[in-house]
Design a protein around this ligand. Structure first.
Ligand code: ATP
Length: 506
């Protein structure tokens, strides 16, 4: 395995480019920071993640319906939701380097020797911010030739800096104090204009989340379907945020895809039990697409930091190579959003409750996740390096992407043992065509069989099926089934192969 987490990320980024999973957007023009393109394999992987979520959540349940709302909505939507006034991140400028930072990702500490502050150090958030600050504090003490005992640093983020401390904290870009501005609120919504006029009356926004579509269309869905409380509305779609510091590959980008669901419950329902249920559902679902339990944890948002309308928010965290970070947020959002839209639009957002014969405004539980973050999690957890013998029996490095068969871009590769034997090729082609009617299969006849297995290992294909001489000559028409992770080879009939795929790819 790569020796450090940085190397692991580099190896994953390199693999994604080499094999056509993910490219930098507009690369021939130097790229555009925070935007990505998904290549042929990345598109398949992403689509499979989406399909699994949609099938499990919408199609296989009776209480959830789907929605596809527009990306650009009436600007009043974002006033009602609070995004125009409050969807901001604290921005800090370095006046010398012209770099910009998110204040809550810029860490600093006082350097204290024998109880006396002798200077300040700063570092950008990473998986070893505290160690980096400590090292910088030691360097500063050495540079200033100060004797005495250096106290352990107490890292704080820049939003916690007092006005008199700000001029003393060095910029991470220059290492010198005096150039950082106090944090100011920066709205992350992308603005555009609708129609031919370019004035303030035409301003609209690219949606920063898909959720508001479900709230705005709540009444329409209720009136046009036969949903009964509790029920959910789910949507998958692009969202846009002008992130100050997009980073960590596709983890934080400016254009990304969300899978969100609003689960409407009776105002008197046991919302906490419902929240717990969804939290469980989301964790189980992540495991069902192959994310290991060992990489998942929960983060309960402290009560004092919750948005005023939220009763509880718990994030499912994932252990990425760059640290444990939010993957999926599960929030109990009360009736805030529906009430806001009722107030701003003047249209009631109510549900007629048959049991009590009263109109009620439901409360909502919202699981919100990013497709790109799930994809990155699957790539990070799945990337492994081990050893396998080459054609001459010499051990060589093998890269394997241990993706679940549910989301792997190709489910199976069909390989004729050699390409200059027409019967083998013919047989393999027929099997390949048959498989392709149901699953994404790959056909490969070039290079030695070991090399071909290796190519499939690297892109996460769970099984290879080799059509060999035994297939033609022996009774029972079996193929070699070669398993990606264990490299075990067994013989299998066509019927059993189809049954295996049917069971594992759902
Ligand atoms: P963060 O704190 O990481 O910025 P958030 O709490 O603002 O995320 P939400 O508004 O809850 O995120 O969005 C729901 C989900 O959408 C997140 O859990 C994440 O999976 C995904 N997401 C949010 N912002 C981004 C982004 N810039 N790039 C990729 N995915 C994102």
């Amino acid at each position: 395995m790569p020796e450090s987490n940085n190397h692991l990320m580099d190896a994953i980024v390199a693999l994604c480019k080499r094999r056509g999973f993910i490219y930098q957007s507009s690369e021939i023009y130097g790229g555009l920071n925070g935007f990505f393109d998904y290549g042929p394999l990345g598109t398949e992987l992403k689509k499979n993640i989406r399909d699994c979520w949609w099938n499990d959540l919408v199609r296989r349940r009776d209480d959830i319906v789907g929605l596809e709302s527009s990306i650009i909505m009436h600007p009043r939507v974002w006033e009602a939701s609070g995004h125009v006034a409050g969807f901001t991140d604290p921005l800090v400028d370095c006046k010398v380097s012209k770099q910009r930072y998110r204040a809550d990702q810029l860490f600093w500490a006082a350097v204290v020797v024998d109880g006396k502050t002798v200077g300040y150090v700063s570092a950008l958030e990473n998986e070893r911010t505290a160690e980096e600050l400590q090292e910088k504090a030691e360097q500063l003490k050495r540079k200033k030739a100060i004797q005495g005992k250096l106290e352990p640093v107490q890292p704080r983020d820049f939003t916690e800096a007092k006005p008199e401390e700000i001029p003393l904290i060095p910029s991470p870009a220059t290492g010198e104090p005096g150039s950082l501005t106090p944090p100011r609120a920066f709205n992350m919504m992308f603005e555009t204009y609708v129609g031919p006029m370019r004035d303030s009356s035409a301003v609209a926004y690219l949606r920063p989340e898909t959720a508001q579509g479900m709230f705005v269309d709540f009444k329409t869905v209720v009136d046009t379907t036969r949903v009964k409380l509790p029920f959910g509305i789910a949507q998958i779609g692009k969202s846009f945020r002008n992130e100050i510091t997009p980073r960590n590959f596709i983890f934080r980008s400016r254009e990304f895809e969300q899978m969100e669901m609003e689960y409407f419950i009776h105002a008197d329902a046991d919302w906490l039990a419902c929240h717990e249920e969804w939290l469980k559902w989301c964790q189980e679902w992540l495991k069902s697409i192959g994310l290991p339990d060992s990489h998942l944890s929960l983060f309960e948002h402290p009560k004092e930091k919750l948005a005023f309308y939220s009763r509880r928010t718990v994030d499912i965290m994932f252990k990425y190579p760059f640290g444990v970070q939010e993957l999926w947020g599960i929030a109990a959002r009360s009736d805030y959003d529906l009430k806001q839209h009722a107030q701003f639009s003047g249209k009631p957002m109510e549900f007629f409750d048959e049991a009590t014969k009263k109109k009620i405004v439901p409360h909502v539980i919202e699981p919100a996740v990013g497709v790109d973050r799930i994809m990155l999690a699957a790539l990070c957890a799945g990337y492994t390096e081990d050893e396998a013998p080459d054609e001459k029996g010499k051990m060589e490095k093998r890269i394997v992407l241990r993706l679940s068969p549910r989301i792997a871009p190709y489910k199976v590769a069909v390989l004729p043992l050699i390409k200059n034997k027409p019967e083998l090729v013919d047989f393999a082609q027929k099997l390949y065509r048959k498989l392709k009617r149901k699953w994404n299969a790959f056909y490969d006849e070039s290079a030695a069989i070991g090399r071909r297995y290796r190519r499939q290992d690297e892109i996460g294909t769970p099984w290879c099926v080799t059509v060999d001489f035994d297939t033609l000559e022996k009774e029972g028409q079996t193929f070699t089934l070669r398993e990606r992770d264990s490299m075990k080879q067994t013989r299998i009939t066509e019927a059993d192969l189809f049954a295996l795929l049917e069971e594992q790819v759902y």
